[in-house]
Design a protein around this ligand. Structure first.
Ligand code: ADP
Ligand code: ZN
Length: 432
Protein backbone atom coordinates (compact mmCIF):
# COMPACT_ATOMS: atom_id res chain seq x y z
CA UNK A 1 0.00 0.00 0.00
CA UNK A 2 1.35 3.39 -1.00
CA UNK A 3 1.92 5.79 1.89
CA UNK A 4 1.78 9.55 1.66
CA UNK A 5 3.15 12.19 3.97
CA UNK A 6 0.52 14.71 2.92
CA UNK A 7 -2.14 12.94 0.89
CA UNK A 8 -4.27 16.04 0.43
CA UNK A 9 -1.45 17.82 -1.40
CA UNK A 10 0.28 14.88 -3.05
CA UNK A 11 -2.96 13.57 -4.56
CA UNK A 12 -4.68 16.92 -5.09
CA UNK A 13 -6.77 17.39 -8.24
CA UNK A 14 -5.11 19.35 -11.03
CA UNK A 15 -7.71 22.05 -10.67
CA UNK A 16 -7.15 22.58 -6.96
CA UNK A 17 -3.38 22.51 -7.36
CA UNK A 18 -3.55 25.16 -10.06
CA UNK A 19 -5.70 27.33 -7.82
CA UNK A 20 -3.22 26.97 -4.98
CA UNK A 21 -0.32 27.79 -7.29
CA UNK A 22 -2.11 30.82 -8.74
CA UNK A 23 -2.77 32.26 -5.29
CA UNK A 24 0.72 31.62 -4.03
CA UNK A 25 2.40 32.95 -7.17
CA UNK A 26 0.53 36.26 -7.08
CA UNK A 27 1.48 36.73 -3.43
CA UNK A 28 5.08 35.69 -4.01
CA UNK A 29 5.67 38.06 -6.94
CA UNK A 30 4.43 40.92 -4.82
CA UNK A 31 6.69 39.89 -1.93
CA UNK A 32 9.73 39.72 -4.20
CA UNK A 33 8.97 42.97 -6.03
CA UNK A 34 8.61 44.85 -2.77
CA UNK A 35 11.61 43.36 -0.99
CA UNK A 36 14.25 42.45 -3.57
CA UNK A 37 15.51 45.53 -5.47
CA UNK A 38 17.68 43.29 -7.69
CA UNK A 39 14.66 41.42 -9.07
CA UNK A 40 12.48 44.54 -9.10
CA UNK A 41 15.02 46.08 -11.49
CA UNK A 42 14.84 43.03 -13.75
CA UNK A 43 11.04 43.28 -13.78
CA UNK A 44 11.17 47.02 -14.44
CA UNK A 45 13.58 46.46 -17.34
CA UNK A 46 11.10 43.97 -18.80
CA UNK A 47 8.20 46.32 -18.15
CA UNK A 48 6.39 43.82 -15.89
CA UNK A 49 4.60 44.82 -12.70
CA UNK A 50 3.18 42.55 -9.98
CA UNK A 51 -0.32 43.44 -11.26
CA UNK A 52 0.52 41.75 -14.57
CA UNK A 53 0.84 38.39 -12.80
CA UNK A 54 -2.64 37.10 -12.09
CA UNK A 55 -2.08 33.35 -12.45
CA UNK A 56 0.44 30.72 -13.55
CA UNK A 57 -0.49 31.52 -17.16
CA UNK A 58 1.36 34.81 -16.68
CA UNK A 59 4.53 33.14 -15.42
CA UNK A 60 6.24 33.52 -18.80
CA UNK A 61 6.13 37.32 -18.43
CA UNK A 62 8.61 37.25 -15.56
CA UNK A 63 12.36 37.59 -16.15
CA UNK A 64 14.66 34.60 -15.62
CA UNK A 65 17.28 34.37 -12.91
CA UNK A 66 20.55 32.56 -13.55
CA UNK A 67 23.46 31.39 -11.46
CA UNK A 68 25.38 34.45 -12.59
CA UNK A 69 22.66 36.69 -11.11
CA UNK A 70 23.17 34.81 -7.86
CA UNK A 71 26.88 35.49 -8.03
CA UNK A 72 26.35 39.16 -8.87
CA UNK A 73 23.95 39.55 -5.98
CA UNK A 74 26.18 37.63 -3.53
CA UNK A 75 25.73 37.55 -0.60
CA UNK A 76 22.61 39.55 0.34
CA UNK A 77 21.29 40.90 -2.98
CA UNK A 78 18.41 38.43 -3.33
CA UNK A 79 17.42 38.30 0.29
CA UNK A 80 13.71 39.07 0.76
CA UNK A 81 13.48 39.11 4.55
CA UNK A 82 15.40 41.03 7.21
CA UNK A 83 18.36 39.06 8.56
CA UNK A 84 16.69 39.14 11.98
CA UNK A 85 14.07 36.74 10.57
CA UNK A 86 16.61 34.38 9.00
CA UNK A 87 17.88 31.44 11.01
CA UNK A 88 20.22 29.54 8.67
CA UNK A 89 22.31 29.62 5.53
CA UNK A 90 23.31 26.71 3.30
CA UNK A 91 25.64 26.82 0.36
CA UNK A 92 26.09 25.05 -2.97
CA UNK A 93 28.86 22.51 -3.33
CA UNK A 94 30.56 24.79 -5.81
CA UNK A 95 30.66 22.01 -8.43
CA UNK A 96 30.58 24.55 -11.25
CA UNK A 97 32.23 27.63 -9.83
CA UNK A 98 31.87 30.06 -6.98
CA UNK A 99 29.60 29.03 -4.16
CA UNK A 100 26.11 30.43 -3.83
CA UNK A 101 24.64 31.17 -0.40
CA UNK A 102 20.93 30.66 0.32
CA UNK A 103 19.03 31.96 3.36
CA UNK A 104 16.20 30.36 5.34
CA UNK A 105 13.59 31.56 7.80
CA UNK A 106 12.32 28.98 10.30
CA UNK A 107 9.28 28.54 8.09
CA UNK A 108 11.50 27.89 5.04
CA UNK A 109 13.29 25.15 7.00
CA UNK A 110 9.98 23.59 8.06
CA UNK A 111 8.67 23.46 4.51
CA UNK A 112 11.96 22.07 3.19
CA UNK A 113 12.04 19.32 5.83
CA UNK A 114 8.42 18.59 5.01
CA UNK A 115 9.39 17.98 1.37
CA UNK A 116 12.08 15.56 2.55
CA UNK A 117 9.54 13.82 4.79
CA UNK A 118 7.39 13.24 1.68
CA UNK A 119 10.39 11.61 0.00
CA UNK A 120 11.12 9.33 2.96
CA UNK A 121 7.46 8.32 3.25
CA UNK A 122 7.33 7.59 -0.48
CA UNK A 123 10.02 4.91 -0.11
CA UNK A 124 8.03 3.30 2.70
CA UNK A 125 9.61 5.14 5.64
CA UNK A 126 7.68 5.34 8.95
CA UNK A 127 8.50 5.92 12.60
CA UNK A 128 9.53 2.24 12.75
CA UNK A 129 12.48 2.91 10.45
CA UNK A 130 16.15 3.57 11.14
CA UNK A 131 17.36 6.18 8.69
CA UNK A 132 21.12 6.47 8.15
CA UNK A 133 21.99 9.84 6.63
CA UNK A 134 25.42 9.79 4.99
CA UNK A 135 25.09 12.92 2.92
CA UNK A 136 27.54 15.55 4.09
CA UNK A 137 26.36 17.74 6.97
CA UNK A 138 27.30 21.39 7.14
CA UNK A 139 26.95 23.89 4.33
CA UNK A 140 25.86 21.18 1.89
CA UNK A 141 22.07 20.76 1.92
CA UNK A 142 22.04 16.95 1.68
CA UNK A 143 22.69 16.08 5.32
CA UNK A 144 20.56 18.76 7.01
CA UNK A 145 17.63 18.27 4.59
CA UNK A 146 17.26 14.51 4.94
CA UNK A 147 18.05 14.73 8.66
CA UNK A 148 15.12 17.11 9.14
CA UNK A 149 12.82 14.98 6.99
CA UNK A 150 13.77 11.86 8.90
CA UNK A 151 12.97 13.55 12.23
CA UNK A 152 9.57 14.66 10.92
CA UNK A 153 8.69 11.14 9.86
CA UNK A 154 9.85 9.95 13.26
CA UNK A 155 12.54 7.57 12.03
CA UNK A 156 15.43 6.87 14.36
CA UNK A 157 17.93 9.14 12.65
CA UNK A 158 21.64 8.32 12.34
CA UNK A 159 23.37 11.63 11.48
CA UNK A 160 26.48 9.96 10.11
CA UNK A 161 27.54 12.53 7.51
CA UNK A 162 29.84 11.17 4.78
CA UNK A 163 33.12 9.34 5.16
CA UNK A 164 34.61 6.67 7.42
CA UNK A 165 32.95 3.95 5.39
CA UNK A 166 33.79 1.00 7.64
CA UNK A 167 32.18 2.81 10.55
CA UNK A 168 29.11 3.45 8.36
CA UNK A 169 28.81 -0.29 7.88
CA UNK A 170 29.36 -1.03 11.55
CA UNK A 171 26.52 1.32 12.52
CA UNK A 172 24.36 0.00 9.70
CA UNK A 173 24.75 -3.49 11.16
CA UNK A 174 24.65 -2.66 14.87
CA UNK A 175 21.65 -0.34 14.67
CA UNK A 176 19.95 -2.21 11.83
CA UNK A 177 19.46 0.73 9.51
CA UNK A 178 16.59 0.26 7.09
CA UNK A 179 16.92 3.41 4.95
CA UNK A 180 20.16 4.81 3.56
CA UNK A 181 20.49 8.40 2.32
CA UNK A 182 23.62 9.49 0.41
CA UNK A 183 24.89 10.24 -3.08
CA UNK A 184 24.62 7.32 -5.51
CA UNK A 185 28.38 7.23 -5.93
CA UNK A 186 28.80 6.90 -2.17
CA UNK A 187 26.10 4.21 -2.06
CA UNK A 188 28.11 2.24 -4.61
CA UNK A 189 31.21 2.64 -2.47
CA UNK A 190 29.37 1.57 0.70
CA UNK A 191 28.13 -1.52 -1.16
CA UNK A 192 31.62 -2.34 -2.34
CA UNK A 193 33.05 -1.92 1.18
CA UNK A 194 30.32 -4.10 2.68
CA UNK A 195 31.37 -6.98 0.44
CA UNK A 196 35.10 -6.26 0.95
CA UNK A 197 34.53 -6.58 4.69
CA UNK A 198 33.22 -10.08 4.06
CA UNK A 199 29.53 -9.35 4.54
CA UNK A 200 26.59 -9.96 2.25
CA UNK A 201 23.19 -8.32 1.98
CA UNK A 202 21.96 -10.91 4.53
CA UNK A 203 24.06 -9.18 7.16
CA UNK A 204 22.19 -5.86 6.90
CA UNK A 205 18.56 -4.79 7.21
CA UNK A 206 18.48 -2.03 4.59
CA UNK A 207 15.36 -1.97 2.42
CA UNK A 208 15.54 1.37 0.63
CA UNK A 209 17.97 4.06 -0.38
CA UNK A 210 17.32 7.73 -1.19
CA UNK A 211 20.09 8.80 -3.52
CA UNK A 212 20.60 12.10 -5.28
CA UNK A 213 22.66 15.29 -5.57
CA UNK A 214 24.39 14.05 -8.73
CA UNK A 215 23.37 12.42 -12.02
CA UNK A 216 23.20 8.61 -12.06
CA UNK A 217 22.03 6.15 -14.63
CA UNK A 218 19.46 3.33 -14.53
CA UNK A 219 22.38 0.90 -14.85
CA UNK A 220 23.93 2.41 -11.74
CA UNK A 221 20.58 2.04 -9.97
CA UNK A 222 20.44 -1.67 -10.73
CA UNK A 223 24.04 -2.16 -9.66
CA UNK A 224 23.45 -0.44 -6.28
CA UNK A 225 20.17 -2.29 -5.73
CA UNK A 226 21.97 -5.58 -6.21
CA UNK A 227 24.98 -4.80 -4.09
CA UNK A 228 22.98 -3.50 -1.11
CA UNK A 229 19.87 -5.67 -1.58
CA UNK A 230 17.54 -2.66 -1.61
CA UNK A 231 15.29 -0.55 -3.79
CA UNK A 232 17.14 2.60 -4.82
CA UNK A 233 15.12 5.80 -5.21
CA UNK A 234 16.11 9.10 -6.74
CA UNK A 235 15.76 12.49 -5.04
CA UNK A 236 16.47 15.87 -6.60
CA UNK A 237 17.00 19.38 -5.41
CA UNK A 238 19.35 22.32 -5.37
CA UNK A 239 20.49 24.78 -2.76
CA UNK A 240 18.96 27.68 -4.66
CA UNK A 241 15.44 26.29 -4.20
CA UNK A 242 16.04 24.84 -0.69
CA UNK A 243 17.92 21.57 -1.15
CA UNK A 244 16.95 17.91 -1.66
CA UNK A 245 13.23 17.23 -1.80
CA UNK A 246 12.24 19.54 -4.64
CA UNK A 247 11.22 16.24 -6.24
CA UNK A 248 11.30 12.59 -5.17
CA UNK A 249 10.65 9.14 -6.53
CA UNK A 250 7.71 6.91 -5.61
CA UNK A 251 7.21 3.13 -5.83
CA UNK A 252 6.93 3.31 -9.63
CA UNK A 253 10.57 4.47 -9.94
CA UNK A 254 9.97 6.17 -13.28
CA UNK A 255 10.85 9.75 -12.49
CA UNK A 256 10.43 12.14 -9.59
CA UNK A 257 7.26 13.89 -8.42
CA UNK A 258 7.82 17.63 -8.06
CA UNK A 259 6.42 19.27 -4.93
CA UNK A 260 4.31 21.61 -7.03
CA UNK A 261 2.68 23.28 -4.06
CA UNK A 262 6.10 24.88 -3.44
CA UNK A 263 7.86 24.87 -6.82
CA UNK A 264 6.36 25.59 -10.23
CA UNK A 265 8.44 23.89 -12.93
CA UNK A 266 8.88 24.94 -16.54
CA UNK A 267 11.00 23.46 -19.30
CA UNK A 268 12.69 25.89 -21.70
CA UNK A 269 14.93 25.73 -24.71
CA UNK A 270 18.24 26.83 -23.14
CA UNK A 271 19.27 28.72 -26.27
CA UNK A 272 16.09 30.57 -27.19
CA UNK A 273 14.52 30.62 -23.68
CA UNK A 274 11.24 29.56 -25.29
CA UNK A 275 8.92 27.58 -22.98
CA UNK A 276 8.54 23.99 -24.22
CA UNK A 277 5.47 21.74 -23.85
CA UNK A 278 5.47 18.75 -21.45
CA UNK A 279 7.27 15.81 -22.99
CA UNK A 280 10.09 17.81 -24.56
CA UNK A 281 13.62 17.80 -23.22
CA UNK A 282 15.01 21.11 -22.08
CA UNK A 283 16.32 23.12 -19.18
CA UNK A 284 14.39 22.96 -15.95
CA UNK A 285 13.27 26.30 -14.49
CA UNK A 286 11.77 26.69 -11.01
CA UNK A 287 9.68 29.36 -9.36
CA UNK A 288 9.56 29.05 -5.56
CA UNK A 289 6.09 30.10 -4.43
CA UNK A 290 6.39 29.56 -0.69
CA UNK A 291 9.95 30.48 0.22
CA UNK A 292 10.24 33.59 2.35
CA UNK A 293 13.91 34.46 2.74
CA UNK A 294 15.32 33.44 -0.65
CA UNK A 295 12.44 33.20 -3.10
CA UNK A 296 13.82 32.75 -6.59
CA UNK A 297 11.43 33.35 -9.49
CA UNK A 298 12.04 31.55 -12.79
CA UNK A 299 15.44 30.25 -11.72
CA UNK A 300 17.31 28.48 -14.53
CA UNK A 301 18.78 25.29 -13.04
CA UNK A 302 20.78 24.29 -16.13
CA UNK A 303 19.59 20.73 -15.47
CA UNK A 304 18.22 19.01 -18.56
CA UNK A 305 15.14 16.81 -18.26
CA UNK A 306 11.56 16.12 -19.37
CA UNK A 307 8.27 16.78 -17.51
CA UNK A 308 5.29 14.45 -17.72
CA UNK A 309 1.73 14.49 -16.41
CA UNK A 310 1.14 10.83 -17.23
CA UNK A 311 -0.92 9.19 -14.49
CA UNK A 312 1.29 7.53 -11.90
CA UNK A 313 0.41 4.19 -10.31
CA UNK A 314 1.29 5.53 -6.84
CA UNK A 315 -1.76 7.78 -6.88
CA UNK A 316 0.17 11.03 -6.64
CA UNK A 317 -0.97 13.71 -9.05
CA UNK A 318 2.18 15.83 -8.73
CA UNK A 319 3.90 16.34 -12.08
CA UNK A 320 6.96 14.14 -12.71
CA UNK A 321 10.41 15.02 -14.00
CA UNK A 322 12.76 12.52 -15.58
CA UNK A 323 16.18 11.85 -14.11
CA UNK A 324 18.27 14.84 -15.17
CA UNK A 325 20.87 13.47 -17.57
CA UNK A 326 23.30 16.13 -16.43
CA UNK A 327 23.58 19.86 -16.48
CA UNK A 328 23.85 21.73 -19.72
CA UNK A 329 27.36 22.64 -18.58
CA UNK A 330 28.28 18.98 -17.83
CA UNK A 331 27.95 18.32 -21.52
CA UNK A 332 31.31 17.90 -23.18
CA UNK A 333 31.75 18.84 -26.80
CA UNK A 334 34.43 16.51 -28.10
CA UNK A 335 35.42 16.76 -31.76
CA UNK A 336 32.12 18.53 -32.35
CA UNK A 337 30.05 15.77 -30.77
CA UNK A 338 27.90 16.31 -27.65
CA UNK A 339 28.88 13.85 -24.94
CA UNK A 340 27.30 13.35 -21.52
CA UNK A 341 29.34 11.44 -18.93
CA UNK A 342 26.15 9.51 -18.11
CA UNK A 343 26.20 7.94 -21.60
CA UNK A 344 29.65 6.54 -20.90
CA UNK A 345 28.54 5.24 -17.50
CA UNK A 346 25.65 3.40 -19.15
CA UNK A 347 28.00 1.51 -21.48
CA UNK A 348 30.51 0.69 -18.75
CA UNK A 349 27.99 -0.88 -16.41
CA UNK A 350 26.22 -2.69 -19.26
CA UNK A 351 29.55 -4.23 -20.19
CA UNK A 352 30.09 -5.51 -16.65
CA UNK A 353 32.49 -2.88 -15.36
CA UNK A 354 32.28 -1.00 -12.08
CA UNK A 355 31.03 2.59 -11.87
CA UNK A 356 34.61 3.58 -11.03
CA UNK A 357 35.94 5.52 -13.96
CA UNK A 358 37.59 8.77 -14.95
CA UNK A 359 37.03 10.69 -18.17
CA UNK A 360 39.89 12.91 -19.33
CA UNK A 361 39.54 15.31 -22.21
CA UNK A 362 42.40 17.25 -23.70
CA UNK A 363 43.46 18.88 -26.95
CA UNK A 364 46.60 17.71 -28.72
CA UNK A 365 47.67 19.27 -32.03
CA UNK A 366 44.27 20.94 -32.33
CA UNK A 367 42.42 17.66 -31.98
CA UNK A 368 40.31 16.74 -28.97
CA UNK A 369 41.33 13.59 -27.16
CA UNK A 370 39.09 11.41 -25.00
CA UNK A 371 40.72 9.04 -22.52
CA UNK A 372 38.61 6.85 -20.29
CA UNK A 373 40.21 4.98 -17.40
CA UNK A 374 38.01 2.18 -16.13
CA UNK A 375 38.60 -0.09 -13.19
CA UNK A 376 38.50 -3.81 -13.77
CA UNK A 377 36.69 -6.19 -11.44
CA UNK A 378 39.12 -8.62 -9.79
CA UNK A 379 37.91 -11.44 -12.09
CA UNK A 380 38.60 -9.33 -15.19
CA UNK A 381 42.28 -8.92 -14.32
CA UNK A 382 43.30 -12.36 -15.54
CA UNK A 383 41.66 -11.90 -18.99
CA UNK A 384 43.19 -10.39 -22.10
CA UNK A 385 43.25 -6.73 -21.10
CA UNK A 386 44.10 -5.40 -24.58
CA UNK A 387 41.16 -7.25 -26.09
CA UNK A 388 38.79 -6.00 -23.40
CA UNK A 389 40.00 -2.43 -23.91
CA UNK A 390 39.35 -2.70 -27.61
CA UNK A 391 35.86 -4.10 -27.30
CA UNK A 392 34.93 -1.52 -24.67
CA UNK A 393 36.20 1.25 -26.97
CA UNK A 394 34.00 -0.10 -29.76
CA UNK A 395 30.93 -0.19 -27.50
CA UNK A 396 31.55 3.41 -26.42
CA UNK A 397 32.08 4.52 -30.00
CA UNK A 398 28.75 2.97 -30.94
CA UNK A 399 27.07 5.01 -28.19
CA UNK A 400 28.86 8.32 -28.74
CA UNK A 401 29.89 8.32 -32.36
CA UNK A 402 33.51 9.11 -31.51
CA UNK A 403 36.38 6.82 -30.54
CA UNK A 404 37.83 7.01 -27.05
CA UNK A 405 41.09 5.60 -25.79
CA UNK A 406 40.17 3.11 -23.08
CA UNK A 407 42.58 2.22 -20.27
CA UNK A 408 41.63 -0.66 -18.02
CA UNK A 409 43.23 -0.08 -14.65
CA UNK A 410 43.78 -2.15 -11.51
CA UNK A 411 40.87 -2.75 -9.14
CA UNK A 412 40.59 -0.02 -6.48
CA UNK A 413 43.01 2.35 -8.21
CA UNK A 414 40.43 5.09 -8.85
CA UNK A 415 39.58 7.33 -5.89
CA UNK A 416 36.14 6.59 -4.43
CA UNK A 417 33.61 9.33 -3.83
CA UNK A 418 32.01 10.02 -0.46
CA UNK A 419 29.96 12.92 -1.80
CA UNK A 420 29.51 14.21 -5.32
CA UNK A 421 31.79 12.21 -7.60
CA UNK A 422 34.26 14.02 -9.86
CA UNK A 423 34.44 11.89 -12.98
CA UNK A 424 35.54 14.35 -15.64
CA UNK A 425 38.76 16.28 -16.05
CA UNK A 426 38.68 18.64 -18.99
CA UNK A 427 42.24 19.89 -19.51
CA UNK A 428 41.28 21.94 -22.56
CA UNK A 429 40.05 24.62 -20.17
CA UNK A 430 43.59 25.01 -18.85
CA UNK A 431 44.92 25.88 -22.32
CA UNK A 432 42.19 28.43 -23.08
P1 ADP B 1 26.24 22.58 -6.95
O1 ADP B 1 25.49 23.31 -8.02
O2 ADP B 1 27.46 23.32 -6.49
O3 ADP B 1 26.49 21.14 -7.23
P2 ADP B 1 24.07 21.81 -5.13
O4 ADP B 1 24.65 20.99 -4.04
O5 ADP B 1 22.99 22.74 -4.77
O6 ADP B 1 25.25 22.67 -5.73
O7 ADP B 1 23.61 20.81 -6.25
C1 ADP B 1 22.45 20.92 -7.03
C2 ADP B 1 22.65 20.26 -8.36
O8 ADP B 1 22.94 18.86 -8.18
C3 ADP B 1 21.43 20.26 -9.23
O9 ADP B 1 21.29 21.47 -9.93
C4 ADP B 1 21.72 19.09 -10.16
O10 ADP B 1 22.60 19.46 -11.21
C5 ADP B 1 22.43 18.10 -9.27
N1 ADP B 1 21.47 17.10 -8.78
C6 ADP B 1 20.81 17.09 -7.61
N2 ADP B 1 20.04 15.99 -7.49
C7 ADP B 1 20.18 15.28 -8.63
C8 ADP B 1 19.63 14.05 -9.14
N3 ADP B 1 18.79 13.31 -8.43
N4 ADP B 1 20.01 13.68 -10.38
C9 ADP B 1 20.87 14.42 -11.12
N5 ADP B 1 21.43 15.56 -10.70
C10 ADP B 1 21.09 16.00 -9.48
ZN1 ZN C 1 4.24 8.13 -8.42
Amino acid sequence: MERYWNEEIECMSREDMKKLQDERLVKQVKHVYENVPYYRNLMDEKGVTPEDIKSTEDLHKLPFLTKSDLRDAYPYGLLAKPLSECVRIQSTSGTTGRRVVAFYTQNDIDLWEDCCARAITAVGGTNEDVCQVCYGYGLFTGGPGLNGGSHKVGCLTLPMSSGNTERQIQFMRDLQSTILCCTPSYAAYIGETLHDMGYTTDDIKLKAGIFGAEPWTEEMRRSIEKSLGIKAYDIYGLTETSGPGVSFECSEQTGMHINEDHFIPEIINPETEEVLPDGETGELVFTSITKEAFPLLRYRTRDLCVLTRKKCSCGRTLIKMSKPMGRSDDMLIIRGVNVFPSQIETVLIEQGYTPNYLIEVDRVNNTDTLDISVEMNPEQVSGDVRDSEKSLAVAIKTMLGISPKVHLVEPKSITRSEGKAVRVIDRRKLHD
